[in-house]
Design a protein around this ligand. Structure first.
Ligand code: ADP
Length: 397
C-alpha cells in the first residue's frame, strides 16, 4: 500500500511517499513559498532531482501540481494509487491520544484546538482539506505531536495555577515532538533487543526546536515543552524556561504590546538571542575561534540540558540510557561531549572516539563502564506517521 505523508506549514508542504509495510521511500519533497508568485517545488525520487518555480495559489493548488508531476516523473500514476494520506498535526489537545482516522468530527476537533496552536493547526488543516477536495474518498489519518505525552500524570502536566485556568482554558502541559520521542525510545528498545517496558530513558530531541522527554517503560512521564513549544530547553530562536514575571516586566518597561514579547521569545531568543545565530554549527565555529558570546550561548544551552537530564533521572528513579536525536543531537559531538562530562554524577562515561565518529547510523557512544548507556539515534517522524497511517487504515478501513 502506498502512503503519502504530508507535513503542511502555513506556506509550505513537505511530503514523503512510502510503500507500506516496509517503509520503502519512493519520493520526498517540499513545496515552499505557497501563495507567492515564485513558489518552488523540490522533489527527490529514484536518485533524481526535480525543481521548478511557478506561482502556487494555495495548498490545494500545491497538491494538484504534485498530482500532475508524479506521473510525469514516473513516481505514481495518480493519487488513486494511494492507500491513504497521513498528516502531521501539531496539537491534539487532551482529545487525541493516538493516530486517528480523519472524519468530519475529527477535522472539527482539530479546528477547535486552534487557540492552543494558532500557527500550526490551521496549516495542518489546510493540508487535510486540500486532500479532501482533490480525493474525497481518500482515507486520511492525523498523527499528533502531543499524543505520546498524553500518558503524563496530572502532577507532571498541571501547572500550579488556579484550577479554572485548566478547566476553562485548558491550560496544562501537553508537550510536543511526541512522534520523535516515541520513535527513538522504541528504536532504542528494538536495537537493545528488549521490550520497551524494560527500559527507562531520557530522549533528547535537539533540533531547531528542542525538547527532552523522560520515558518510563515505553511511556512518556514528563517532557520539557508545555502548553506551547516555548517551555523547556534553550532552542534555536526560543527562550525555553523563564520567570513568567519577565513577561509583565518587559511588557511594562520594554514593549508596547504582548505580541512583541511573544515574537521576541519565539523568534529572537535562544541561541540566536544569546549568540547571534540559531545555527549550532556557527555557534561552535565561533566559540572555537574564541568568540565569548557564542561560548555563552553554548554554555547556557548545555547548562539547561544538564538540569533537565538530572531532574528526569530523579523522576525516573533508574536511568538506563540517554538518547540523542535531531540535527544537533545527531551531529554535534561537542554538545554530546559537554553534556556527558557534566553528568558524571549519574555514572555517565562517554567514549570520546565513538562520539567523534561522523557515522549517521544509530550507535552507542558510551564506554563499557558507563552506568548509563549513551545512544545517537536518527529520528524518523515521517516514517512513524506512515506506519501509524497504515495501521489505522488496516484497523478501521
Ligand atoms: P528542525 O528542528 O528544523 O527539523 P534540525 O533537526 O535539522 O531542525 O536541526 C537543526 C539544528 O541542527 C541547527 O541548529 C543546526 O545548526 C544543527 N546541526 C546540523 N548539523 C550539525 C552539525 N554537524 N554540528 C552541529 N550542529 C548541527
Amino acid at each position: 500500500m502506498k502512503i503519502l505523508v504530508l507535513n503542511a506549514g502555513s506556506s509550505s508542504l513537505k511530503f514523503k511517499l512510502y510503500v507500506m509495510p516496509g517503509k520503502k521511500l519512493l519520493a520526498q519533497g517540499l513545496i515552499e513559498r505557497i501563495g507567492e508568485e515564485e513558489s518552488v517545488v523540490h522533489i527527490i525520487y529514484d536518485k533524481k532531482r526535480h525543481e521548478t518555480t511557478q506561482a502556487i495559489r494555495d495548498h490545494r493548488h500545491a497538491l494538484e501540481i504534485l498530482e500532475g508531476l508524479m506521473p510525469r516523473l514516473g513516481i505514481l500514476e495518480s493519487f488513486a494509487e494511494l492507500g491513504g494520506v497521513g498528516h502531521r498535526v501539531v496539537h491534539g489537545g487532551e482529545v487525541f491520544t493516538r493516530a486517528t482516522l480523519i472524519d468530519k468530527k475529527v477535522r472539527e476537533t482539530i479546528r477547535q484546538l486552534i487557540p492552543l496552536a494558532p500557527l500550526h493547526n490551521p496549516a495542518n488543516l489546510l493540508g487535510i482539506e486540500a486532500v479532501a477536495a482533490l480525493a474525497p474518498a481518500m482515507p486520511q489519518v492525523a498523527v499528533f505531536d502531543t499524543a505520546f505525552h498524553q500518558s503524563m500524570s496530572p502532577e507532571a502536566y498541571r501547572y500550579a495555577v488556579p484550577t479554572e485556568w485548566y478547566e476553562r482554558y485548558r491550560v496544562r502541559r501537553y508537550g510536543f515532538h511526541g512522534t520523535s520521542h516515541y520513535f527513538v525510545s522504541r528504536e532504542l528498545a528494538r536495537l537493545k533487543g528488549t521490550p520497551p517496558k524494560n527500559i527507562n530513558c531520557v530522549t533528547l530531541h535537539l533540533g531547531n526546536g528542542a525538547s527532552a522527554c523522560a520515558v518510563r517503560g515505553g511511556e512518556s512521564i514528563e517532557t520539557s515543552m508545555g502548553l506551547t513549544p516555548l517551555e523547556g530547553l534553550v532552542m534555536g530562536t526560543r527562550s525555553g524556561d523563564l520567570d513568567p514575571g519577565i513577561l509583565f516586566y518587559m511588557y511594562k518597561y520594554g514593549f508596547r504590546n504582548p505580541e512583541e514579547v511573544d515574537r521576541e521569545l519565539n523568534r529572537e531568543s535562544g541561541l540566536k538571542g544569546l549568540g547571534g545565530s540559531n545555527d549550532m554549527r556557527e555557534i561552535q565555529r565561533r566559540m572555537e575561534a574564541g568568540d565569548e558570546t557564542a561560548k555563552l550561548a553554548f554554555e547556557v544551552f548545555i547548562h539547561r540540558l544538564v538540569k533537565y537530564v538530572g531532574a528526569y533521572a530523579a523522576l525516573l528513579g533508574r536511568l538506563d540510557a540517554i538518547v540523542f536525536t535531531g540535527g544537533i543531537g545527531e551531529h554535534s559531538a561537542p554538545v554530546r561531549r559537554a553534556l556527558s562530562e557534566r553528568l558524571e554524577i549519574l555514572g555517565v562515561v562517554l567514549d570520546k572516539k565513538a562520539n567523534e565518529s561522523p557515522s549517521t547510523d544509530a550507535r552507542t557512544i558510551h564506554t563499557p563502564e558507563s552506568r548509563v548507556e549513551l545512544w545517537v539515534i536518527p529520528t524518523d517522524e515521517e516514517g512513524v506517521i506512515a506506519e501509524e497511517t497504515y495501521k489505522a487504515i488496516l484497523d478501521f478501513g
